[in-house]
Every structure is written in structure tokens, then in C-alpha cells.
Design a protein around this ligand. Structure first.
Ligand code: MLT
Length: 267
């Protein structure tokens, strides 16, 4: 899908905008770009929403990132993007995994811009020392050697077994998305995720309607983790998507879209 280049100050973001109506902002996961939401963009636009799907700083066709991009910087970029687009109505912020880490910061820093949260396959805790160290190693490696080896290690973790076995189109789309990312942007986001805030204590203070979506075979943020988060957020709804891994919106688009639309229409 063709995006528009929108300058937001320090950087210019590539953004796909479709439809008219209540705004829904889609924040992609790592190390991906807006294309992971391809199966959501047209459907939500056709249902009467204004869908805003940016490539985050350092990803897709947006400007490159330097050294480290924190989750707060990503959240501030998105707030600036909404201001630039004159979106004054509070948005539904839908983030997957890293997009979810950004959603927490958007709630903490830009609450006035937020109407609802949809959190897909994500977590609220920060990294333990080992995981954080692993991210720094990966960041240095991709800067040195590029992303060629990344799909081999990442695809089996990102996708559920049913998708890996039976849905070549999704496997290949995800592989191509990872391979076209800029190593510098990927490294910068890894460094930012390694030092992200633990927001477990924030969950009980969330005061917007919230939906959590999780693939039943998500190996990175498993259903137990997301169910626990749903229990901690007042009034939160939880939808589990059968036969999907960490990339539920790509792996089971119809079921994910139904969960999103049911929530959007009922809250
Ligand atoms: C993602 O899908 O965005 C990643 O799994 C996030 C992470 O590496 O923690």
C-alpha cells in the first residue's frame, strides 16, 4: 500500500491513511512496518473508521533512526503525527508487541489523545538482564552483518505452527518485510526496547476501554501473560485467536478483524 511522507519535525514518517470516521492508529511490531496491518486497513476503513498506519521511525519508508529509539520517542512521534494530520478526536491506539510497548507510553504521555486501547500480542513487564543483553548483541550484529539471517531465527518464533505449515503467503510476506528493514532502525529499536519501562503497576490505572488480543499459539507473549494483563486492567476484554501465533492480525485476519470491530462498535 502506498503511503504519504509526512514531516513531523525531526523526522518524516511514511503513513498509510484510509477511510473517514473515528480514528484508529495502528502501531506495528518489530522488526516490521505498516504492511503487517494490510488485512486490517481496508476492512476497518470500509467499516467507517479513519485508519492511520505509519511506518515507525527507522522502519519501512520512514526516515532512518540513529543509535537508539525509546518507546517514549516512538509515542511522541505518533502524537506529533496526529497533530500534523489535525486529528483532534481521541484515537483508538492499536499496537502489536513493540507497538503495545509504545501504546503504554502513549497512555502515560498523551492520555488526552486516547479513546481506546487494542493491545495485540504484547506484554507489560520489562526485560530481565539476559533478554536485555541479547537485544544489545542482536543490535550490534545487525549493524555489522545486516538482516539476512533474521528471518531464519525470527519466523519460527513469530508465527504459529499452523501458519508455518499451511500459510506460505503469510510466511513469505513476513520474511520479505523483515528483509527490507534498515539495520540501523532495527538496532535502534532493540536498544530502546532493552531499556523500556516496566508498566505492570500502570495497568490498574488504565481508564479507557481496552481489548487484548492474543494468538493461542503465541510463543513470545503467550495467552497466560495476556490474560493476566487483562485481569489487571479495569473492564478489559480479552479475545484469543485460534491457530495463530504472535502475528495474529496477519495469521488469522478475519477472526482478528471480527474481534476488533466487535470491540470498536460496542465501546
Ligand atoms: C515484536 O513483535 O514487536 C517483538 O516481539 C517485540 C520484542 O522483541 O519484545
Amino acid at each position: 500500500m502506498q503511503g504519504q511522507r509526512i514531516p513531523i519535525g525531526e523526522v518524516t514518517l511514511n503513513v498509510v491513511i484510509q477511510g473517514e470516521g473515528e480514528p484508529v492508529l495502528l502501531a506495528h511490531g518489530f522488526p516490521l512496518d505498516h504492511s503487517m496491518w494490510e488485512a486490517q486497513i481496508n476492512v476497518l476503513a470500509a467499516e467507517g473508521y479513519q485508519v492511520i498506519a505509519p511506518d515507525l521511525r527507522g522502519f519501512g519508508k520512514s526516515d532512518p533512526a540513529k543509535d537508539k529509539t525509546t518507546m517514549s520517542q516512538f509515542a511522541d512521534d505518533l502524537s506529533r503525527l496526529l497533530a500534523k494530520l489535525n486529528v483532534t478526536k481521541p484515537v483508538t491506539f492499536c499496537g502489536l508487541s513493540m507497538g503495545g510497548y509504545i501504546a503504554w507510553q502513549f497512555f502515560l504521555r498523551h492520555r488526552a489523545r486516547l479513546a481506546r486501547l487494542i493491545l495485540c500480542d504484547t506484554r507489560a513487564n520489562d526485560d530481565d538482564e539476559n533478554v536485555a543483553r541479547g537485544r544489545l548483541v542482536m543490535a550490534a550484529e545487525v549493524e555489522r552483518f545486516g538482516l539476512e539471517k533474521a528471518p531464519g531465527t525470527m519466523l519460527p518464533k513469530l508465527l504459529g505452527p499452523v501458519t508455518l505449515e499451511k500459510n506460505e503467503a503469510v510466511v513469505e510476506a513476513l520474511r520479505a518485510t523483515i528483509l527490507r528493514q534498515d539495520p540501523a532502525g532495527v538496532a535502534a529499536a532493540q536498544r530502546g526496547m532493552a531499556e523500556r519501562q516496566n508498566v505492570v503497576d500502570v495497568l490498574p490505572t488504565i481508564d479507557v476501554p481496552t481489548l487484548l488480543i492474543c494468538g493461542d499459539a503465541d510463543a513470545i507473549t503467550p495467552p497466560e501473560v495476556m490474560q493476566e494483563m487483562a485481569a489487571a486492567i479495569p473492564g478489559a476484554e480479552y479475545a484469543e485467536i485460534a491457530h495463530a501465533g504472535h502475528m495474529a492480525p496477519m495469521e488469522r485476519a478475519v477472526e482478528t478483524n471480527t474481534a476488533m470491530l466487535d470491540f470498536l462498535k460496542s465501546t
